[in-house]
Each structure stands twice: as C-alpha cells, then as structure tokens.
Design a protein around this ligand. Structure first.
Ligand code: SF4
Length: 95
C-alpha cells in the first residue's frame, strides 16, 4: 500500500478531533493525485458527509461546470477540503 492509500486509511478512521463524533463519513477528496490543479473547499457539507465525496451538492454542480468550462473534467483535477469531517450545522471550523 502506498503513502496515498495509507493516508486515506488514516483519515477514514481518524478521531483526532470532536468532528469524528458527529460525522457520517470522512471526505478524503477525489480526483487525480498527480493533478496540476487542486480545488480546496473549507469543509464537507450535508451531502458530502452523507456520500463521503467532496462537492456533490449544489456547489458541486457549479464546480463541475466551472471545471468543464476550463476544458477539464473532475478526473483531471483533485478536489478536497481543508478538514475532512462535516462540522455540525455547517458551522465554521475551529482551530
Ligand atoms: S476533521 Fe480531520 S482531525 Fe477531525 S476527525 Fe476528521 S479527519 Fe480527523
């Protein structure tokens, strides 16, 4: 298993902060790990928490259109969030 898969595994079971108690799924991010472009959101929302995937709600549809607009597809870039678990009620992340 490579370092990337190791990291994914660590995130999937992470309990280093209080968000581990309220999340449904961790959201590691997806796309091309070797991409030249990475889109970084703040934190998973309700839809992302439910599906374990980044940017799958309304904002995700807009992001998909923006990526297509620059001649790329989701698989060409990497999409993730600074934090990997949804804050309750989408509050701002804490330090
Ligand atoms: S937000 Fe980050 S540190 Fe907190 S439980 Fe999730 S993966 Fe771990």
């Amino acid at each position: 298993m490579g370092a990337w898969e190791d990291l994914k595994g660590m995130v999937s079971v992470c309990d280093k902060c209080e968000l581990s108690r309220t999340r449904t799924n961790t959201v590691f991010g997806e796309g091309n790990p070797d991409a030249e472009i990475m889109f970084v959101g703040e934190a998973p929302g309700k839809d992302e928490d439910a599906k374990g995937r980044p940017f799958v709600g309304a904002a995700g549809k807009l992001l998909d259109k923006m990526i297509e607009g620059i001649g790329l597809a989701r698989a060409d870039v990497f999409i993730g969030n600074i934090i990997k678990c949804r804050p309750p009620e989408n509050r701002d992340p804490r330090d």
